[in-house]
Design a protein around this ligand. Structure first.
Ligand code: 1HE
Length: 258
């Protein structure tokens, strides 16, 4: 049985981590599958949903495989770099990825979630970085991605105090963008993905790659890069019909809350 199912529904690819008996723990083969998918998403795919089977989102690194392979330091470092490469392709790619979270989003599970762009969660969702308790360390990008979302100080606290964040605390610290009712997370993630798939490709590219990369830059470089992206996008002739729809008052109205 495949450990990641890929189902193309129109313009949206639904990726399902399908290993509920191991709480969707990520082994080397799964990281390879994620890398291959985001390296070259199938033609016509404009957005993705990352969801999982069973009651939990993801329990992180496959500790069983880790134990059995008994890798040396350099070998493990190389493996971490494969995680980084795969998750970079997701974060800095050109298709928005919507995470549908429930249950445990822990360790490497939080690292993969932090590389997605919109994170929707059911009330059962909880977050932790239990590496500290297990005598291991994060290696799938948490020191960069999770620390940037929740702040480095909170990440240190999570690992030292062995704290768990419930869904509300996840929302308050930026790990969750929207909390939905139990059972609604897949449908809501799909609805966001379908709407995002209709954006202009270049605009999605700028939102995903531009904002993430500019946040790695100095102020001067960031503002310059923003002007380059805006120059490329705002002059796109394909954009003119969208502006005409707005002038004709036919564009959907912005609502105070959505
Ligand atoms: C696993 C894993 C795993 C469960 N690798 N097999 N991540 C962790 O330290 C999280 C470890 N997992 C847990 O804390 C719990 O499993 C959960 C809170 C996620 C879920 O609890 P629960 O009670 O529903 O399940 P369980 O009974 O703990 O686990 C069910 C089975 O899944 C059990 O196997 P079984 O043969 O006894 O049925 C577990 O051994 C198995 N399982 N989690 C392998 N992670 C690039 S570095 C990244 C750093 C890390 O991610 S370190 C890992 C941190």
């Amino acid at each position: 049985m495949a450990k990641i199912d890929i189902d193309i529904r129109g313009k949206v690819a639904v990726l399902t981590l399908n290993r509920p008996d191991r709480r969707n723990a990520l082994d080397e083969a799964m990281i390879g599958e994620i890398d291959r998918f985001f390296d070259a998403p199938p033609a016509g795919v404009k957005a993705a949903v990352l969801r999982t089977s069973g009651a939990h989102f993801c329990a992180g690194l496959d500790l069983q495989e880790h134990y059995e392979l008994n890798r040396g330091p350099v070998e493990f470092m190389r493996m971490c770099q494969k995680w980084h490469k795969a998750f970079d392709k997701m974060q800095f790619g050109s298709i928005p990825v919507i995470a549908a979270m429930k249950g445990a989003v822990v360790g490497g599970g939080l690292e993969i979630a932090a590389a997605t762009h919109v994170r929707v969660a059911e009330p059962s969702t909880f977050f932790a970085l239990p590496e500290g308790q297990r005598g291991v360390f994060t290696g799938g990008g948490a020191t960069v991605r999770v620390a940037r979302i929740i702040t480095p100080a909170r990440m240190i606290d999570l690992m030292i105090s062995a704290r768990t964040y419930d869904v509300q605390r996840g929302f308050d610290t930026g790990l969750v963008h929207e909390i939905v009712a139990e059972g609604d997370v897949d449908a809501r993630a799909m609805a966001i993905a379908e709407a995002a798939a209709e954006h202009y490709d270049l605009t999605n590219f700028a939102i995903l790659t531009g904002i993430s990369r500019i946040n790695d830059m100095s102020t001067t470089d960031g503002l310059f890069a923003e002007s380059l992206l805006a120059g490329m996008i705002m002059t796109n002739p394909d954009l003119r019909p969208s502006l005409e729809t707005f002038f004709a008052k036919k564009a959907p109205r912005l609502e105070p809350k959505s």
